[in-house]
Design a protein around this ligand. Structure first.
Ligand code: NAI
Length: 341
């Protein structure tokens, strides 16, 4: 079966070239799906299996998928699959598989990296040092020890964040639709309602998937309920935070700092050329893009381009599972289907 891997960087290429891929006819392309030339397209339009990464600028929807009439499988090299139109895949009989688990430690460690960077002004201090403009009184931070972190979503990543937080000597409050009582007991954390978590946390970190129900979970109402000077961390999905409400909360000092590895409509960071040239970009998308750009200019906001997963160890685990997913599909035993969830 003809298999195309898009978004292939050096680590991915090195790994894949050493592996046996069942499908035989495999093409590795550094480009994203929407960036290929007409000539490349002519060579791959009969693809039966496509593997994409989460940084695909345009949603894999009817328009983009109809370009591949023989497509049978999408193997996304990510846990999240909100970049794929699952309804249309079902309609067309295209199977979609993901990598459900690969890096709870990877994302949790990154989350603490950004928290420490904000708490101790590490990035500002480094920039000032480079510019020969050191102002010692600008870098007074706070200890994590003895402060309270509120974790929203205690799945694989949220639980690892809780373990690290306990290691730092933090008190841990948690909220999940399905509290894990055993975890609560073993790690001495406390499940509370959202309002209590908002009211008592010095740091709030998001680790829930994007759903219709939690769209803009952190909105004006939620920020009002939080402690003054709270720190917000988001390594989950951009849509959990209303960016305008966050911007307002930051300007009024309600939120002291924010570290955002994910943003609503974050694609512009990597694909601004495509987004800005696009004629039919929806207004709310354009507005988001402006707010995101403003957030990026604030010195108490640390924005990273969706890289919390990005360690060599995690990428190798992602590729290992993706190849297993493809090989299982070829032998007629689908694993990690997201259509069945
Ligand atoms: P998981 O599926 O193991 O856990 C998610 C947890 O969130 C579950 O316990 C679930 O009950 C809970 N949940 C669902 N809706 C909720 C709500 N409205 N309020 C509170 N809790 C809710 O997922 P995992 O692997 O821990 O991933 C968490 C998030 O991290 C996902 O959004 C995922 O897309 C994101 N992620 C981000 C990465 C990055 O590079 N920035 C890399 C990997 C995952």
């Amino acid at each position: 079966m003809k298999t195309i891997f898009f978004d292939v960087d050096k680590i991915t290429r090195d790994y894949l070239e050493k592996q046996q891929i069942c499908t035989g006819d495999t093409v590795l392309l550094p480009e994203s799906m929407e960036n290929i030339s007409q000539q490349q397209y002519e060579q791959i339009k009969d693809a039966e299996i496509i593997s994409v990464f989460v940084h695909t600028a345009l949603k894999m929807n009817k328009e983009s998928l109809d370009r591949y009439p023989k497509l049978k499988l999408i193997a996304t090299r990510s846990t999240g699959f909100d970049h794929i139109d699952l309804n249309y895949c079902k309609e067309r009989g295209i199977e979609v598989v993901n990598v459900p688990k690969y890096g709870e430690a990877t994302v949790a460690e990154f989350t603490f990296g950004t928290l420490l960077a904000l708490a101790r002004h590490i990035i500002q201090a480094r920039t000032d040092m480079k510019n020969n403009f050191v102002r010692m009184n600008e870098y007074i931070g706070f200890d994590l020890y003895g402060h309270t972190i509120g974790i929203i979503g205690t799945g694989a990543i949220g639980r690892h964040v809780a373990k690290l937080a306990r290691g730092f000597g933090m008190d841990v409050l948690a909220y999940d639709l399905y509290p894990n009582e055993e975890f609560q007991r073993i790690y001495n954390i406390h499940y509370v309602g959202l309002d209590e978590l908002y009211a008592k946390s010095d740091v709030i970190t998001l680790h829930a998937p994007a759903t219709k129900e939690n769209y803009h979970l952190l909105n004006d109402e939620a920020f009002k309920k939080m402690k003054d000077g709270v720190i917000i961390l988001n390594t989950a999905r951009g849509s959990l935070v209303d960016p305008e409400a966050l911007y307002r909360a930051l300007t009024h000092g309600k939120v002291k700092g924010a570290a955002l590895d994910v943003l609503e409509n974050e694609d512009f960071i990597i694909h601004d050329d495509i987004i800005l040239k696009s004629q039919d970009i929806p207004i709310d998308y354009a507005m988001n893009t402006i707010i995101n750009a403003r957030l990026m200019q604030m010195k108490n906001v640390l924005i990273t381009p969706h890289i919390a997963f990005n360690s060599v160890d995690a990428v190798h685990r992602i590729l290992h599972t993706t190849l297993e997913n493809i090989n299982h599909f070829c032998s007629g035993q689908v694993q990690n289907s997201v259509l069945k969830k």
